[in-house]
Design a protein around this ligand. Structure first.
Ligand code: PLP
Length: 468
């Protein structure tokens, strides 16, 4: 491997990157040696590096660029708003039209009746805000003990202190001294990895619900404020829950007066074949968070939808205290809000939900075909999000040693073949392309994905990593 620092490339973008940037979710030491892939432009579902090489962005950036990389209408919406009112805030009774219009549109779009919208700038901030709102609400109701939030193993909800605590992934906690108090984790719902041999999906879902109820009883329902879930777990591996899971879970939460917080940061805006993941999985949330595809990720913006009951609690508490002491300088930033409004108009005009439904069978067929591959233990998708799980042995099920980084190898090979995809925990390799993808592009994406998979199978064979 070339060491870019000693290779005399002092002025290259790669060398300047190494000298100056901290990269999120990167092995910082390895990065010093290997340097970055520098992306210089984008068009449709493609991005191009500084050598002009083309890549299909098979993960829509970070599960977010729903409309691809060259939607002129979003650029124009930003420019128009920049000229009229480039920045303003909504603290202390101030407001502006893009913020109002976006809030109204989101309330109309919500999967269940919601009362108000709070804006932030990222998924992490939205989920962090939820933790505070849930505590504030229970203080308003004079329930000072009802503060714990149940999340799930392998969940991903962001990186700020509270949001990272909600995550159920070890690297979000380890050596960051997290999680904070009052956040607990229940089981990850994924049949391929965690159902017992011979257990039906229904029976497995019942077992998960029983386990949740046992946790609630152990902790005391009067200490538990909320439960948070992604409809499909994204960063945890693109894990689709077993049939009936959310119905069973919701019945228990209702019984114990526990709020349901639906994290739609990945699933929102048609990703799973409905406008919301909540609709695909029949979830009736009390609070819903969104980000990413809200603006096709062209500008940072996130939102929290709040039910009437929670809103009433916020009213009571802020009247008592004299203010609602929470919010960001850039909450409802007018340029980000204007771009988000334009994004929602495009979704409606182009029937983005209908397009995803038309593309989903072809996407699913691509995964189904890979299920027969000797290295693939599971291939699962819903809408336009899916993953394969690489296994050392399919029967009996045997995972690779994580140290062998087989999934990461496949993602690297994919990059060589002109496809950006993502290796996740447990050697799961994910695809989540821009929603504007066409049938021919889906085929090309799977062609590149399969080349990478075959390269990985060859490496496994050459290194003798496969089960005998
Ligand atoms: C489900 C989910 N929630 C929250 C977040 C955090 O969002 P952000 O990176 O914008 O803070 C992410 C990011 O990938 C996510 O996938």
């Amino acid at each position: 491997m070339t060491d870019l620092r000693s290779a005399g490339r002092g002025n290259s973008l790669a060398a300047r990157d190494i000298a100056s940037l901290v990269h999120p979710y990167t092995n910082l030491k390895v990065h010093e040696k290997e340097g970055p892939l520098v992306i210089q432009r984008g068009k449709g579902i493609y991005v191009y590096d500084d050598n002009g090489k083309e890549y299909i962005e098979g993960l829509a950036g970070l599960w977010c660029t729903s409309l691809g990389f060259s939607e002129e209408r979003l650029v124009d919406a930003a420019a128009r708003q920049m000229k009229q009112l480039p920045t303003y805030h909504i603290f202390a009774h101030k407001s502006h039209e893009p913020g109002i219009e976006l809030a109204e549109r989101l309330l109309k779009l919500a999967p269940v009746p919601m009362s108000k919208v709070f804006f932030a700038n990222s998924g992490s901030e939205a989920n962090d805000s939820v933790v505070k709102l849930v505590w504030y609400y229970n203080n308003a109701l004079n329930r000072p003990k009802k503060k714990k939030i149940i999340s799930r193993q392998r969940a991903y909800h962001g990186v700020t202190v509270a949001a990272a605590s909600l995550c159920g992934l070890v690297n979000n906690h380890r050596d960051f001294d997290l999680p904070i108090a009052n956040i607990i984790h229940t089981d990850c719902p994924h049949a391929y990895n965690f159902a017992n041999p011979g257990e039906s999906e229904e029976a497995y879902a019942t077992r998960l619900a029983d386990s949740l109820e046992a946790m609630i009883q152990r902790e005391g329902a009067d200490t538990i404020a909320a439960f948070i879930a992604e409809p499909v777990m994204g960063a945890g591996g693109v894990l689709i829950p077993p049939k009936g899971y959310f119905q069973k879970i919701q019945a228990i939460l209702k019984k114990h007066d526990i709020l349901f917080v639906c994290d739609e940061v990945i699933c929102g805006f048609a990703r799973t074949g409905n406008m919301w993941g909540a609709q695909t999985f029949d979830i009736k949330p009390d609070i819903l968070t969104m980000a990413k595809a809200l603006s096709s990720a062209y500008l940072p913006i996130s939102a929290v939808l709040i039910s009437e009951a929670v809103w009433k609690g916020m009213l009571t508490e802020s009247e008592k205290i004299g203010t609602f002491g929470h919010g960001y300088t850039y909450s409802a930033h007018p340029v980000a809000a204007a771009v988000a409004v334009e994004t929602l108009k495009i979704y409606e005009e182009r029937d983005i939900v209908g397009h995803v439904r038309k593309m989903a069978p072809r996407f699913q067929a691509g995964f189904q075909k890979l299920a027969a591959h000797p290295l693939v233990g599971e291939a699962q998708s819903v809408g336009l999000i899916g993953a394969i799980q690489l296994m050392q042995s399919k029967q009996p099920k045997q995972a690779f040693d994580p140290k062998q980084m087989v999934g990461a190898y496949m993602a690297k090979r994919a990059q060589e073949h002109g496809l950006v995809c993502r290796a996740l925990l447990g050697d799961r390799v994910a695809l989540c392309p821009p929603l504007i993808i066409t049938p021919e592009q889906i085929d090309d994406m799977f062609r590149r994905f399969t080349l990478a998979l075959d390269d990985t199978a060859a490496m496994v064979r050459d290194k003798g990593l496969a089960a005998a």
